[in-house]
Design a protein around this ligand. Structure first.
Ligand code: ADP
Length: 174
């Protein structure tokens, strides 16, 4: 287990970390799942900032990440990243999912974030198989931490028990 990686089960909107990551869609206008939960808990300021980003740069492409304030959330920032929709695995899904984690971490460091929490991106409505998604997530975060000493802690927060078990197994191997 890497000491700078933490595993939790629960609701990401409750976490006291510098930044939480949102599994957004490319419109950044909110949706269901974790996206809906973050906008509900964080209030309209987050949506207003998302709208301003879209007006300025257009839609957020798959694998990319943008940052807003955390609104009323305990977290200072929300990093919105767009995961790939699972389409069988031959549409570059793994690289795009890894990009979500890496680009979110790069943006976090640029904003002096020391503690950051990720949900299990793409494993809900976007149907990415949980086993494969967990492997991509752990590999991408671990690789980033190997070459970055600024971040203090990266938390994986799983909503369901199945993901929690998968992450436990993978993190124990690190
Ligand atoms: P995607 O469209 O990227 O698949 P979803 O929001 O549908 O996004 O699901 C991504 C993951 O987030 C799923 O594993 C889902 O169980 C989880 N999730 C949903 N609500 C929350 C929450 N409040 N906190 C943490 N994780 C959540």
């Amino acid at each position: 287990m890497n000491k700078r990686i933490e595993l939790l089960q629960g609701d990401i909107t409750k976490l006291y970390v510098d930044a939480i990551v949102n599994a957004a869609n490319s419109s950044l206008l909110g949706g269901g799942g974790v996206d809906g939960a973050i906008h509900r808990a964080g209030g309209k300021q987050i949506l207003e900032e998302c709208r301003a980003i879209i007006a300025h740069q257009g839609r957020c492409h798959t694998g990319e990440a943008v940052i807003t304030s955390g609104g009323r959330l305990p977290a200072k920032y929300v990093i919105h990243t767009v995961g790939p929709v699972w389409n069988g695995g031959k549409k570059n899904e793994a690289e795009l999912l890894a990009n979500c984690y890496t680009h979110s971490l790069q943006l976090a460091v640029e904003h002096s974030v020391k503690t950051i929490a990720f949900p299990n991106i793409s494993t809900g409505v976007y149907r990415y198989p949980k086993t494969e998604a967990a492997q991509v997530a752990v590999d991408a975060v671990n690789a980033f931490l190997q070459q970055n000493t600024f971040l203090d802690k990266v938390t994986f927060i799983c909503f369901d028990a199945e993901n929690l078990t998968l992450y436990e197994e993978l993190l124990n191997k690190l």
